[in-house]
Ligand binder design. Structure first.
Ligand code: KMH
Ligand code: ZN
Length: 273
């Protein structure tokens, strides 16, 4: 039985600047406002990166907490902080973001080529992050960029470092990861431990074809400027909310419903032991 579709809005990311899209939110207030618009459009989860005063990606806890305050002033989404940060961010700072006490955090499952960079996630670091999340009762979103990463996640679930039911995100179309194809998505879904929930984030022009497929297959979806800045070919989105609106229309097209943040918390077992 399909559950309501959980829409995650990834508002900021670490790779973009205002050069690529003038509507990218940068300050905590702008992020709060962008989150509000995304939630009004139908997002239940906000995937959160923050920027410093110069607009550069930062893991500064003070800025992160300010952004969370600005979001929570305006709406009540599940806050999912990024522990991925930007390529090259030091591990202690990436673990440090958990001190912001979010309900969820991303947990990236492997070192890989990431465009022309290396996204470093050695196994001991993944274990350390997962251990801290478990201790702090923060639910991980397991970020899967390639098939082999599911094997590692499964071993961590079997070993009890990640609690069941686990929640997975398939990040498709990254240069260095698995391509964004229907075949790959079906293969990934077929490898999940029973009872897992899953969602898809595909980059660039792959975002909406994969969103549509995920909705058809019973999963959830992530959209937002972090992954894709275009509403249509050649048309920049005015903000992540427009991408959320487009995802909502697809959810309705397939007779599914959009999860509220309250429903998302239930589906993802947030706040339970
Ligand atoms: N910025 C990427 C290197 C995450 O948020 O956990 C990693 C990323 C994944 O965005
Ligand atoms: Zn991210």
């Amino acid at each position: 039985m399909n559950h309501p579709v959980i829409i995650t809005a990834a508002l900021v990311g670490a790779e973009l600047s205002r050069r690529e899209t003038p509507t990218l939110p940068l300050t905590p207030e702008e992020i709060g406002e962008a989150a509000h618009l995304a939630c009004q459009a139908g997002a239940a989860i906000i995937h959160l990166h923050v920027r410093d005063k110069k607009g550069r990606p930062t893991l500064d806890l003070k800025v992160l907490k300010q952004a969370i305050v600005e979001i929570c002033k305006r709406c009540d989404p599940v806050i999912q902080v990024s522990t991925g940060g930007a390529v090259g961010d030091p591990f202690p700072k990436r673990i440090g973001v958990l001190e912001s006490s979010p309900e969820m955090a991303s947990l990236n499952m492997g070192t890989m080529n990431f465009g022309d960079d290396i996204f470093s996630n050695p196994i001991p670091f993944i274990h350390q992050l997962a251990g801290q999340m478990k201790k702090k009762k923060i639910v991980p979103e397991i970020e899967i960029y390639d098939l082999s990463q599911i094997e590692l996640a499964c071993s961590m679930i079997e070993g009890g470092l990640i609690l069941k039911p686990a929640h997975f995100q398939f990040v498709l179309g990254v240069k260095g990861g698995l391509a964004a194809t229907v075949e790959n998505l079906k293969l990934l879904v077929s490898r999940l431990p029973a009872g897992s929930t899953w969602t898809v984030a595909a980059v660039g022009r792959h975002q909406f074809p994969m969103v549509e497929e995920a909705i058809r297959l019973g999963g959830s979806v992530r959209v937002g400027l972090e992954d894709n800045i275009y509403l249509e070919k050649g048309v920049l989105a005015k903000g992540s909310h427009e991408l959320v609106e487009k995802a909502v229309a697809l959810v309705r097209k397939y007779d599914r419903t959009v999860a509220s943040s309250v429903e998302a918390r239930k589906i993802l077992c947030l706040g339970s032991e």
